[in-house]
Write a protein that binds this ligand. Structure first.
Ligand SMILES: *Cc1c(COP(=O)(O)O)cnc(C)c1O
Length: 427
């Protein structure tokens, strides 16, 4: 009997397409697999029972890359270093948050995500072009760990668009372009679309990775601008409460994600079930939290810009450089909640400011619901050389703020009284 003679089974009504804000709550989670629990349960098992030896064989073929899963096929779980239900649920719900992403992978820190992405896509003898300043750990990884393994790095100052295009065009054996935009702590932007276009002019095309921790996933969408992979410290806005360490990678092309997944299984740096469960519960509010924090930061930046204790404010809304304005308009939906300010009077003024703050706390890190302030030159960036301080714009009087979601009036009052106190010291 030919297939055409078989009557078609009744088709269920097609599901209406769902939007990211819905998918972040519903996707990849079947309550019936968790005894009807309305929210995901935590599966702490290290190992999983197979339904048959054949299913075990098939699962191993797929996880090792010897076989591809058929459309709609879900290979059985094996062992939690490779994969586990809470990572699967989290990854299914993370992907819709990043515009154009199809897949996500989660890691036990942002550094683990970055290291695994680079180790999966670089070989000895190949090169990486990257913007500076990068997150300190990432720069350390490239200069002090990858370089001795024969993977050469070429730094380009953030904001130097022509320099970045030239480096991408010229560097021999270029495997990866890594952008961190905005740069920390001066929030200078790199043009993602321009870098992706420069990468596309090379054969073979290098992979464009963007560390999207500071403005993503709410306000900056690198994949839509031509980047291949978004890297995240989930420790920051994604988790949002300064109470866990995690990392994530989002991408559109499964062929670029697969080698990273294999390396993650090898390195054993997948995010653990409890942490996956915590992070998963934070995802539906990441857009709300970032929106409120960004609105608060705009109010705080206005105050800082008109206070006489402050000589300079670094904030995307207040940028005067025309090229930077163009990139911000093309690339960012909102200015975000990171602000840096330079106080008149150098380090003593900066330290006095930090001492005087009552609501904002003196701590490194960022992206939490609570407002934090730190002095980059003596903390996050203290390993820099004088030349690096100069290129990165890290001066003695610079203070970095991560604005939270408190009532903006209390924040403005706190910053204003601390600045007034600094003015008395400066005089
Ligand atoms: C914090 C941070 C990292 C490192 O993330 P961890 O979760 O601390 O490992 C990487 N990049 C940026 C931009 C960060 O802010």
């Amino acid at each position: 009997m030919s297939a055409a003679k078989i009557p078609h089974p009744p088709q269920p009504d097609p599901e209406p397409p769902r939007r990211p804000r819905t998918e972040v709550i519903t996707r990849g989670f079947d309550p019936m697999l968790s005894v009807g629990s309305a929210r995901p349960a935590v599966f702490r098992s290290s190992t999983y029972v197979f339904s048959s030896p054949e299913a075990a064989e098939r699962a191993f073929d797929i996880v090792t890359g010897r076989a591809q899963p058929a459309p709609g096929e879900h290979p059985e779980l094996i062992y939690s270093r490779l994969n586990h239900p809470n990572a699967e649920i989290l990854e299914a719900q993370l992907a819709p948050l990043e515009t154009d992403a199809r897949e996500a992978l989660v890691f036990n820190s942002g550094m683990a995500a970055i290291m695994t992405a680079l180790m999966a896509h670089m070989q000895p003898g190949q090169g990486i072009v990257f913007t500076v300043p990068l997150y300190g750990g990432t720069e350390h990884l490239i200069q002090d760990f990858l370089a001795p393994l024969g993977m050469r790095g070429r730094p380009v100052p953030a904001g130097d668009g022509p320099g970045l295009q030239r480096a991408i065009a010229e560097m021999p054996n270029l495997a990866v372009v890594l952008l961190e935009t905005p740069a920390n702590p001066t929030l200078i932007m790199a043009d993602i679309a321009q870098a992706a276009a420069a990468a596309s002019r090379r054969q073979p095309r290098p992979i464009v990775m963007v560390d999207n921790t500071l403005l993503g996933p709410a306000f900056q969408h690198p994949l839509a601008l031509g980047a291949d992979l978004c890297l995240y410290s989930a420790t920051k806005y994604l988790s949002g409460f300064s109470d866990m360490i995690g990392g994530a990678i989002m991408g559109a092309d499964p062929a670029l994600m697969h080698p990273i997944r294999l390396k993650r299984s090898l390195f054993g740096n997948i995010l653990q079930p409890d942490e996956c469960w915590i992070l998963d519960g934070r995802l539906p509010t990441v857009g709300l939290r970032m929106q409120r924090a960004s609105e608060n930061a705009e109010r705080v930046a206005e105050l800082l810009a008109r206070h006489r204790a402050v000589s300079r404010v670094f904030y995307p809304r207040l940028v005067r450089d025309l090229e930077q304005q163009r990139i911000i308009a093309a690339q960012c939906d909102a200015p975000g909640a990171m602000i840096s300010l330079e106080l008149r009077g150098g380090k003593p003024a900066a330290f006095e400011f930090l001492r005087r703050l009552k609501l904002a706390r003196n701590a490194v890190s960022l992206g939490g619901v609570e407002t934090l302030a730190c002095h980059p030159k003596t903390t996050t960036h203290s390993g820099f050389t004088e030349a690096q301080f100069a290129t990165a714009g890290v001066t003695d009087g610079l203070v970095r703020l991560s604005i939270g979601i408190e009532d903006w009036r209390d924040l403005v009052a706190d910053f204003e009284s601390a600045l007034d106190a600094v003015t008395r010291v400066q005089l």
